[in-house]
Design a protein around this ligand. Structure first.
Ligand code: ADP
Ligand code: MG
Length: 609
């Protein structure tokens, strides 16, 4: 074929493909225009999943009659004049491509009346060509109807997904805009029937109740901006809601992020949210979150993606940190408080226990937590144990598990109780502790629970900069492969922080002088081999620092094993410490430490109801 310049029509269709990929893209562009025009009420009507009709009406500024046709020209925009304007874009649109693209691949009719005009205008396009233009009576605002989308681009039409898929995309899109703009009233009608509406109360919480339902929303936690005293960094605000750890999903699609009112896809920021749940959620489970991130427009480059779905940050690390900090704070502050009385709640693990679905965890008022605090001060409960637990005691190697050897951690007595008082009943299969609480029966995985306790104590000491107590060994030597030996050598500092005292001794061997006291009764060769394995596998996706990984390794190795018979006192000691853990419901690897069967559930299972 000889080289020829494409006709305007073909060029326009190709260009349109960049912006308009499916019916939801049309809805997105039209909603953004309505928002940019200051619309307070936006209605979207669709038929046949948007293929036959998409109509978006707003009560915004409208377009002057004289500009109605030019609005459909490519690169026609009222939102940007110079290249410098790009650096401080405050509108959702700026390229002047949407109306041109939409009109190129459909039959488009626009009726609009500018807020200062007495009469409106109506313009119609077919496959990009103007077919009519006339004055029209209309209320202030704009109505754009898009019919027979892709009628002239059969290839695109062929690749459209099913009607129900397109409908789902459109619903999701409108729900998301309603979240980002809680002061705007959104409505979606499908085949004339209302599918969604928001109330324009200005409160994100109201939109989330509409979007997720009250059941789900009840398990969401408000995220508020965490001020950061760093004048060198831009002000970054993070507001929204995120799920309590018990509420989770098998993929990350429910993490919705907005940057300056724009829905964005950002792997790294989603990961910041996921990471805030570190050790609180099992691996492979993801939170639900809706976060509105606000920062100065010059900090964000919105011009990097054809549909503006991705943005670039000038200070990406600061945005990452702000999101992670805000979510972590919210989850830590509110998530681990279980109900005290009566009401059953779900295990922290999102999995479904074998005895059927438990009702969702109800919100707990602060006053209930206070009551729990008072209860815990009852004589004979913790008082006598406090003093003799603030010291490390080298474990007696004859007894495999001595709860008194577990360091109590700093300030433990003042730590708020995070579980109701549990009464130990016994042990099952040398693996699980059976306990009774005010809200029913608890099965506690002794190994996972002990791991959690040790991990938090370790972290607490670390945070307080307390040196880890070591256990000095009769000198032994451990040998590694050359590659692993280099890794160990490189990480001697991290290992020392955890309580390992190693010294290079020959080419690939190390002399072991001391190990963390928690591991005093274990074979140092075994432990160091596991540590070496961790060093070798490095920090993978979903994991944070190596130091944290090794800490978890130490706690896992030190924790009481499954299969170990525990005395009543040992069980009691373990449960009492678990009751004061910050996150008692999961082990540091995110698996559940306990299952709970409510009194109601027992009654139901026994047919007493
Ligand atoms: P952009 O939004 O990038 O400017 P568009 O092609 O989406 O480009 O729209 C072109 C212009 O038409 C906009 O700049 C705006 O001035 C006007 N416009 C489009 N939709 C509306 C609307 N709903 N209300 C008022 N003006 C609108
Ligand atoms: Mg636009």
């Amino acid at each position: 074929m000889p080289i020829q310049i494409l006709s305007d029509t073909v060029a326009a269709q190709i260009a349109a493909g960049e912006v308009i990929e499916r019916p939801a893209s049309v809805v997105k562009e039209l909603i953004e225009n309505a928002l940019d025009a200051g619309g307070g009420s936006i209605t979207v009507e669709i038929e046949n999943g948007g293929r036959r009709l998409i109509r978006v009406s707003d009560d915004g500024s409208g377009i002057a009659a004289g500009e109605a046709v030019v609005a459909f020209a490519r690169h026609a925009t009222s939102k940007l004049r110079t290249v410098e304007d790009l650096d401080r874009i405050r509108t959702l649109g700026f390229r002047g491509e949407a109306l041109a693209s939409i009109a190129a691949v459909s039959l488009t009719l626009m009726v609009t009346r500018h807020r200062d005009a007495a009469i409106g205008a109506e313009v119609a396009f077919e496959g990009g060509h103007l077919v009519s233009e006339r004055p029209a009576g209309a209320p202030i605002g704009t109505v754009i109807s898009v019919e027979n989308l892709f009628f002239n681009t059969p290839a695109r039409l062929k690749f459209l997904k099913s009607e129900s898929t397109e409908r789902r995309h459109i619903l999701q899109l409108i729900t998301q805009y309603a979240m980002a703009y809680p002061s705007v009233r959104f409505r979606l009608l499908q085949e004339g029937r209302e599918q969604f509406h928001s109330t324009a109360s200005g409160d994100l919480a109201d939109v989330l109740v509409e979007a997720f339902g009250l059941e789900v929303f009840r398990d969401m936690i408000e995220v508020s901006p965490q001020p950061l005293n760093r004048p060198d960094l831009p002000p970054i605000e993070v507001y929204g809601f995120t799920s309590a750890p018990a509420l989770n999903r098998s993929n990350r699609s429910q993490i919705v992020l907005f940057v300056n009112g724009r829905v964005i896809a950002d792997q790294s920021l989603s990961y910041a949210v996921i990471q805030a749940y570190h050790t609180l959620m099992p691996q492979g489970r993801y939170p639900l979150a809706v976060l509105l991130i606000t920062l100065p427009p010059e900090e964000v480059d919105v011009n990097v993606h054809p549909t503006k779905a991705e943005v670039r940050f000038r200070h990406a690390d600061a945005v990452f940190a702000a999101v992670q900090r805000a979510v972590r704070r919210a989850v830590m502050d509110q998530a681990p408080i279980p109900p005290v009385q009566g009401d059953p709640y779900q295990p922290a693990w999102g999995g479904r226990p074998d005895w059927g679905e438990l009702p969702p965890r109800p919100m707990v008022a602060g006053e209930q937590q206070l009551r729990m605090e008072l209860e815990s001060l009852a004589p004979g409960r913790f008082g006598h144990q406090r003093d003799d637990r603030t010291q490390f005691r080298p474990p007696d190697s004859a007894s495999s598990f001595d709860p008194a050897a577990i360091p109590a951690g700093l300030g433990r007595p003042t730590r708020p109780r995070t579980l109701p008082i549990l009464r130990v009943i016994g042990q099952v299969g040398a693996m699980y502790i059976v306990a009774e609480g005010p809200a029913g029966l608890y099965l506690i995985d002794q190994h996972a629970a002990h791991e959690r306790i040790l991990y938090e104590q370790f972290m607490e000491r670390q945070a307080a900069m307390q040196p880890v107590t070591q256990h000095t060994l009769p000198v032994t030597t451990v040998e590694f492969s050359p590659a692993v030996a280099r890794l160990v050598e490189e990480n001697l500092g991290v290992l020392a922080k955890l309580g390992f005292d190693l010294e290079l001794f020959g080419a690939h061997a190390f002399r072991v002088r001391a190990v963390p006291v928690l591991l005093a009764d274990q074979d140092p060769h075994d432990i160091l081999r596991l540590v070496a394995e961790d060093l070798e596998s490095g920090v993978g996706p979903g994991e944070t620092a190596l130091e944290d990984k090794l800490t978890r390794r130490v706690c896992k190795a030190a924790a009481v094993k499954a299969g170990q018979t525990l005395s009543f006192d040992e069980m009691q000691g373990l449960i009492q410490q678990l009751e004061r853990c910050e996150s008692p419901r999961t082990c540091p690897h995110g698996r559940p430490t306990m299952l709970h069967i409510s009194g109601d559930e027992l009654a139901r299972q026994f047919g007493r109801e």
